[in-house]
Design a protein around this ligand. Structure first.
Ligand code: C2O
Ligand code: CU
Length: 492
């Protein structure tokens, strides 16, 4: 079988000088609120089978990103170079063969790589102790899987993750093959804040995990970036329909994304296509992805990607319309293909409550009768719990029992209830939920692997437990995950 290497280490982000007035958008009416993914008529076409071989070499590397303004910071990265993030692109139907060689001598001796959002076999899921032994410093491990869905995904470690993501050790995985008609451009916007203080990058990193942050909304970074730059200006084809792949890899921040100066539509959430809906705003919690199609204005016009969740909206990036203005007619963005995610049978589904709370004092910290395991990659403190059980709930040397045992092939409705004063982006491994409803009001129907649950909110998500194995369920505010808000489901 032919093998090839296709590891893109950077982003074609052309910085431009000069500004132009941005054009007001026309009104894209879109469809009625109620629709189903069955409206998406095309399914993804498989590329010829072949291996996409990549070598990931996580290691400490002094890296000078544009945002740091000169000084290099002690990042951890998957490959050499002053770029962020590292990107792996492949086509639907191809098999990823990723060899990871742990080059981090200190702080990440328990390295595994988790492929966030990919419905892959359990043994490839990259959770230390639960699905594999961690890769020690100097050793290698090869992940091999064929992504069952095209779309926008990412990968990161699953142990000491607050520090690991804090130092930039993440990668983006793009599986091509979901477009029914090619867009005029494909632009990644990878959001991440960096933990630097008043002196900026020259002062080095601040602590990534703090008790005061972990016990509240998390510890925020002050240096906000997109693709490693502060508010980058990105050149995109004037008049064109541009696909924006937004990924929030930050461990903490939950921006409310808006687009100013153009019409836009949502075409996918967490990698899974939905019939295009007019875009207003979207709260993009840690680990969540959003694919938008934006109609660029005429040459010289500008579109701003903003975060409204701040006293003054923050301009995350400016898209600058460049080149001859393309004539594309009224805005009617092409949909993506229909997701192959199985539809849960809501009528027959078993309902299960999951309550996300602060640590239940007095919860069973009982005798160690579980399976002995190594340290479970959690901090010494627990502030949070799922169904009253903090992770790990029996000391640090024992794997807790599963939160629930699910029957393979059965449909489930999970009722996610947040009884804390903070938002939690709740993530499931190995499966993708259908977001059914929320106590906070109507939801745009969509699939998601990470769902934001606001204080006092109850969100219902449904899915078919079709993937056997032990699968993590946790908050993706990493300090919450690492201080208790984590558990696993067993599908058998
Ligand atoms: Cu993105 Cu369990 O993780
Ligand atoms: Cu949380």
């Amino acid at each position: 079988m032919p093998t090839r290497r296709r590891f893109t280490l950077g982003l074609a982000a052309t910085a431009l000088a000069g500004a132009g007035a941005y054009a007001a958008g026309r009104a894209f009416v879109g469809r009625a609120a109620a629709y189903s993914t069955a409206e998406l008529s095309q399914t993804a076409v498989r590329a010829p089978a072949r291996d996409v071989v990549v070598n990931l070499m996580p290691a400490p590397r002094a890296t000078a990103l544009p945002a740091f303004g000169g000084p290099a910071l002690p990042l951890w990265s998957f490959a050499p170079g002053d770029v962020f993030p590292n990107v792996v692109r492949m086509r639907f139907g191809e098999t990823l063969v990723a060899t990871v060689e742990n080059g981090i001598p200190e702080g990440q001796e328990e390295l595994t790589v988790h492929w966030h959002g990919v419905r892959l076999p359990n043994a490839e899921d990259g959770v230390p102790y639960l699905t594999q032994k961690p890769i020690p410093f100097g050793a290698r491990f090869t992940y091999r899987f064929t992504p069952p869905d095209p779309g926008t995904y990412w990968f990161h470690t699953h142990c000491n993750t607050a520090e690991s993501i804090g130092r930039g050790l993440i990668g983006v995985l793009i599986v091509e093959g979901d477009e029914t008609r090619p867009y005029d451009a494909d632009q990644l916007l990878c959001l991440k804040d960096w933990r630097v203080g008043k002196d900026g990058a020259a002062g080095g990193f601040l602590p990534f995990l703090t008790d005061s942050g972990a016990s509240k909304a998390g510890t925020f970074g002050a240096l906000r970036t997109v693709n490693g730059a502060v508010s980058p200006r990105l050149a995109l084809p004037a008049g064109g329909d541009v696909r924006l792949r937004l990924i929030n890899v930050d461990p903490t921040r939950v921006p409310e994304i808006g687009i100013e100066g153009a019409e836009a539509a949502i075409v996918a959430v967490d990698g899974a296509g939905i019939p295009p809906v007019p875009f207003k705003t979207w709260r993009l919690g840690p680990a969540m992805r959003l694919d938008l199609v934006v109609r660029m204005p005429a040459t010289g016009g500008e579109v701003r990607v903003v975060d409204y969740f701040a006293a003054d909206p923050v301009v995350l990036s400016t898209l600058v319309a460049t080149g001859e203005t393309l004539a594309r007619g009224a805005f009617d963005p092409a949909p993506l293909v229909r997701p192959a995610i199985p539809e849960p049978d809501l009528a027959a589904a078993e309902r299960m409550p999951f309550v996300f709370s602060a640590t239940a004092t007095g919860a069973a910290l009982g005798a160690a009768d579980g399976i002995p395991f190594g340290p479970l990659c959690a901090s010494e403190k627990t502030f949070w719990a799922i169904n009253r059980a903090p992770w790990p709930n029996r000391g640090h040397a024992v794997l807790p029992p599963p939160l629930a045992e699910l029957k393979r092939g059965r449909s489930y409705v999970f009722e996610l209830a947040n009884v804390t004063p903070h938002v939690h982006p709740i993530h499931i491994h190995g499966h993708t939920w259908r977001v059914v409803k929320s106590s906070a009001g109507p939801v745009i129907p969509h699939f998601a692997d990470t769902v934001l649950v606001a204080p006092k909110e109850r969100v219902e998500v449904a899915f078919v437990a079709d993937n056997p194995g032990d699968w993590m369920l946790h908050c993706h505010i990493i300090e919450h995950q690492e201080t208790g808000m984590m558990g696993f489901l067993r599908v058998a």
